[in-house]
Design a protein around this ligand. Structure first.
Ligand SMILES: Nc1ncnc2c1ncn2[C@@H]1O[C@H](COP(=O)(O)OP(=O)(O)OP(=O)(O)O)[C@@H](O)[C@H]1O
Ligand SMILES: [Mg+2]
Length: 310
């Protein structure tokens, strides 16, 4: 059985009358990338900051690296073992990358050298560049470097790619994938479905303070994603009729594409047989549900690029 590096039980956080975190329980295993996926205001940062011992909890309990976030004597032990990239990460603008990382390293009794961390994150070219001259993606990479300088076992990354362009986002993904290779446990928050699906071993979907689903993306997709969809681009009308008569669950969109919901592999083969007989093969595509479909199924809404619910 995998070791739990984070154990959260019935955690509650109230801000006056608002229950921002509403009785959540979960475990994060050592060495995994665990994603908290949810829209703006879902309670991601609140949860993460409780685990980082920055905010007090209202109810329930949370243990990090075996220590209790609510016990004053344990907080120091937790802080020694974790690295943090806050949602609003910023460094000193007029200092270089290396100076910033050294400064943060000096706050810890034991830490890696700035040069080691810079090498680890492939920032050698930028070591002497001033922080304010960097692109958004590189700034986030410096943020991850700052989170790693204490050589933590567990790294919290709160929305590490929000606001980045697609190329910079993928660069940060590579950095995160590398953290896992280095043996770190990563707790990632995001509102990007694809990010969670690509990076995380397990995903907790959080909505209005509650975890509404938890599992690997494969588990979530097979439980909630619905059926696979076979798309036959601009298929003939008689094909649509034949498929509808035999299998049901057929629609034709405005471009004339035939969409068939496929229940299982057996059905897929039977449909393929018909396509072969009719000598149709090109422009046929099988679409597998994604985490986006899972989210839609569970919450009835989608998340926009900005992180809001539609
Ligand atoms: N210090 C605070 N005082 C009062 N309410 C707060 C405070 N911090 C957060 N909240 C509220 O708690 C809820 C959860 O906020 P939180 O920042 O944890 O969400 P989030 O999932 O991190 O969202 P985002 O994607 O926008 O960062 C929101 O409704 C927010 O307005
Ligand atoms: Mg947040």
């Amino acid at each position: 059985m995998a070791n739990g590096i984070i154990k959260v039980d019935s955690l509650v956080k109230e801000y006056d009358s608002l229950r921002a975190v509403d009785g959540i329980s979960f475990e994060v295993y050592e060495g995994e990338v665990f994603a908290f996926l949810g829209p703006n205001g879902a309670g991601k940062t609140t949860t993460v900051e409780i685990l980082e011992c920055i905010r007090p909890l209202t109810g329930g309990s949370a243990k990090v690296c075996g220590y209790d976030v609510s016990k004053e004597s344990d907080v120091k032990e937790i802080k020694k073992r974790i690295g943090v990239l806050p949602q609003d990460f910023n460094a000193l603008e007029k200092l270089s990358v290396k100076e910033n990382i050294s400064l943060i390293g000096d706050m810890y009794d034991k830490h890696l050298s700035a040069s080691e961390v810079i090498k680890l994150l492939d920032l050698e070219d930028k070591a002497n560049a001033k922080f304010d001259s960097l692109s958004g993606g590189l700034k986030q990479r410096v943020g991850v470097a700052a989170a790693l300088v204490s050589d933590p076992q567990l790294v919290f990354l709160d929305e590490p790619t929000t606001g980045l362009d697609p190329k910079a986002r993928r660069d940060v993904w590579a950095v995160i994938a590398n953290l896992k290779k280095l043996g770190k446990t990563v707790f990632l928050t995001t509102h990007y479905m694809e990010e969670a699906q690509v990076l995380a071993d397990r995903i907790a979907i959080i909505d209005r303070g509650k975890i509404v689903a938890l599992g690997s993306s494969q588990e979530l997709i097979s439980t909630y994603g619905g059926l696979k969809l076979l798309v036959i681009r601009k298929g003939p009308k008689d094909l649509a009729d034949t498929l509808q008569a035999k299998f049901g669950q057929v629609t034709v969109n405005k471009d004339g594409d035939i969409h068939v919901k496929v229940d299982d592999v057996d059905e897929l083969w039977r449909i393929m047989d018909i396509l072969t007989t009719m000598r149709l093969g090109s422009d046929v595509e099988l679409q597998t549900p994604t985490i986006e479909d899972v989210f839609l199924k569970i919450t009835g809404t989608r998340i926009t690029d900005e992180g809001d619910l539609t």
